[in-house]
Structures are given as structure tokens and as C-alpha cells.
Design a protein around this ligand. Structure first.
Ligand SMILES: C[S@@+](CC[C@H](N)C(=O)[O-])C[C@H]1O[C@@H](n2cnc3c(N)ncnc32)[C@H](O)[C@@H]1O
Length: 305
């Protein structure tokens, strides 16, 4: 793991690091985009291999940490941008670099998950916030306060929550009665209650896992962003014949990536680097349980394969 003294985060382990570097084909002297800087794990590795990086994150904290720890080590080969990667094409163009590859490592980092104030996890009490960019206005609590029952049900269904309808109904009823859950732990207990009343007594994962994921996806508009980000990446890479590698962490994200890649390959614009998605090995999963759900997909644009 990369320590802060080496310019990285102390608590986020980069997922599928060796595989992503290999398929990104990192070469000295070439520029790459790390569209999800996070704790800087992948960026740090590209730099260590001699590549140069334009790194983007919508979380100001991640950007400031990298500017403090990583930028002084690589002032000529690193650009760090606070922004949404759905604007990847314009953000990278402003930097004036031709990029040979783009990496997306979707979702949220352990650093964000471990901060109770972000409200991303229910292991500790925190506000129902869930914003990755704290300059954005709408929080998860705002959604629970304002969405109709059918809108809530749709949000939960899009996160593959099997009890989307009864949970949405129970939340709207609780809102009417002035007892809407206001913290992460209260929401987790509320969802467990719905599961219990529906006869579910035991499950492998906490019943609130998918509800939290679904709300986070909606708060941060993750599906809409991903569509736009991938099309921005295509715009940049079809000009350079570069490679695009995406690490996704749940089926909703992976479906979007798979659909886009198939379309581009069908149109003759890109070729698959590997036909089926790659997953982390057992050793990585045992060291880093967060890697368990990772899937990697990759394409190369043009004919430079
Ligand atoms: C899984 S972490 C990246 C971890 C990083 N690769 C590492 O190894 O340290 C995902 C990061 O992407 C950021 N992020 C999520 N959606 C984003 C978006 N649309 N634009 C820019 N950054 C985003 C999150 O704030 C988070 O820091």
C-alpha cells in the first residue's frame, strides 16, 4: 500500500493495479488520464512507470491531498483537476496534452467511505449526505424529503434493490408521520425493519447495502455521468488511437460500460482488448475485500492495437 510519505493515501488500496497498468500499456513519456484520482493509487503507479498524468476528481479533499503529497514529487508530469469527469474531453483539452490512455476507477474511495460525515456507510453514525462533491447542493436527506413514492421506488430499483416498492412506501409514510430517518444508522435500521417485516431474517450482506448504493448513485448522478464520461473519453481517444480501461463495482455501472464498448466495436471505432471482463485474483480479494465486486473492461481505439 502507498503511504502518505510516498504521495498516496494511507487507507485506499488501488484495485487491480497491475492489470490496469498492463492493459493501459503505460509507457514513459506518454500522457494518461486518471479520471478518478481518489487516494492517488493508480496515478502514483503510472508516474512510477514513467508516464505523465492528468488526474481528475470531483472531491476537493482528494484533489487537495494529491496537490499536497503527490504534485511536489512530479511537478512536470502531473496535472490535478478538481472537476467532474463527465467533462473529461474539455478538461483534458484545456491541459493541451494528447493522451494515450484513460482509466476510470468508478465509485467512491475507502477514504470517503471511512469518513462518517460523508454519510456513505452505515457502520458509523453520520448525516445522510452521500455527496462526493461537497460543493454540490442536493444530499441524500434532500432526496428522502422531496421525492414522491414512485420516484423513490425507481431510484431504489435502479440500484437493484429487491424491496424497492415496500421500502419506498415505508419511507413516504414515515415522512408523513414526521419520523423519517435522519442519520446513516437510523436509515440502516429502518431498512432492516422493512426486511424483517417482509419475513427476511438472515442475509449475507446488510439489508441496507443496496439502498445506500442506490441513493448514492442518484445523489451523485452516477449513471448519467458515466454515459457522458465514456463519450468524452471516446472523443479524446479516437483522435489518438489510445486505450480506455474501466473498473466498475456493480452491475448497473458495468451494464453501461459493456453497452458502450459493444456499440463502439460494432461501429468499427474500437476493438476489445479482452473479450470478457476481468476480475481480481483471490489473493487481491483476500487482502482487499472492496476489490471483490470489481470488473475491468478495456478497448483500444483506431487500429493501433
Ligand atoms: C474508487 S475511487 C478512486 C481510487 C483511486 N483510483 C485510487 O487508487 O486511489 C473513485 C474516486 O472517483 C471520484 N469520482 C466519482 N465520480 C466522479 C466523477 N463523476 N468525476 C470525477 N471524480 C469522480 C470519487 O470522488 C473518488 O475519489
Amino acid at each position: 500500500m502507498i503511504g502518505p510519505e510516498e504521495g498516496g493515501s494511507s487507507s485506499h488500496r488501488p484495485v487491480m493495479l497491475a492489470e490496469s497498468m498492463e492493459w493501459l500499456d503505460v509507457r514513459p513519456g506518454q500522457w494518461y488520464v486518471d479520471a478518478n484520482l481518489g487516494g492517488g493509487g493508480h496515478t502514483r503507479e503510472i508516474l512510477a512507470r514513467g508516464g505523465s498524468v492528468v488526474a481528475i476528481d470531483r472531491d476537493k479533499g482528494a484533489v487537495l491531498a494529491a496537490r499536497e503529497h503527490l504534485l511536489p514529487l512530479y511537478p512536470d508530469r502531473l496535472r490535478i483537476i478538481h472537476g467532474n469527469n463527465r467533462n473529461v474531453a474539455s478538461l483534458v483539452r484545456q491541459e493541451g496534452q494528447h493522451v494515450s490512455g484513460i482509466l476510470f476507477d468508478l465509485g467512491w474511495s475507502t477514504i470517503q467511505g471511512e469518513d462518517p460525515e460523508r454519510g456513505l456507510s452505515f457502520t458509523e453514525e453520520g448525516p445522510l449526505d452521500m455527496r462526493l462533491d461537497t460543493e454540490q447542493k442536493e444530499t441524500a436527506e434532500d432526496l428522502l424529503e422531496s421525492l414522491s413514492e414512485s420516484e423513490l421506488e425507481r431510484v431504489l430499483s435502479e440500484g437493484d434493490e429487491p424491496l424497492a416498492a415496500p421500502i419506498a412506501r415505508a419511507l413516504v409514510q414515515a415522512r408523513r408521520e414526521g419520523r423519517l430517518p435522519r442519520t446513516t444508522t437510523a436509515l440502516a435500521a429502518f431498512v432492516s425493519g422493512v426486511y424483517y417485516r417482509k419475513g427476511f431474517r438472515r442475509s449475507r450482506r446488510h439489508p441496507a447495502t443496496r439502498v445506500f448504493m442506490a441513493l448514492r448513485i442518484r445523489v451523485n448522478r452516477e449513471y448519467e455521468n458515466l454515459e457522458e464520461s465514456l463519450s468524452g473519453a471516446r472523443e479524446l481517444l479516437s483522435a489518438t488511437g489510445g486505450r480506455l480501461i474501466v473498473l466498475s463495482f456493480h452491475s448497473g455501472e458495468d451494464r453501461i460500460v459493456k453497452r458502450c464498448f459493444r456499440l463502439w466495436v460494432g461501429e468499427g471505432e474500437a476493438a476489445f482488448l479482452f473479450r470478457r471482463s476481468l476480475v481480481p485474483g483471490d489473493e487481491e480479494v483476500s487482502l482487499n475485500p472492496r476489490a471483490r465486486s470489481a470488473r475491468m473492461r478495456g478497448v483500444v481505439f483506431g487500429t493501433s492495437r
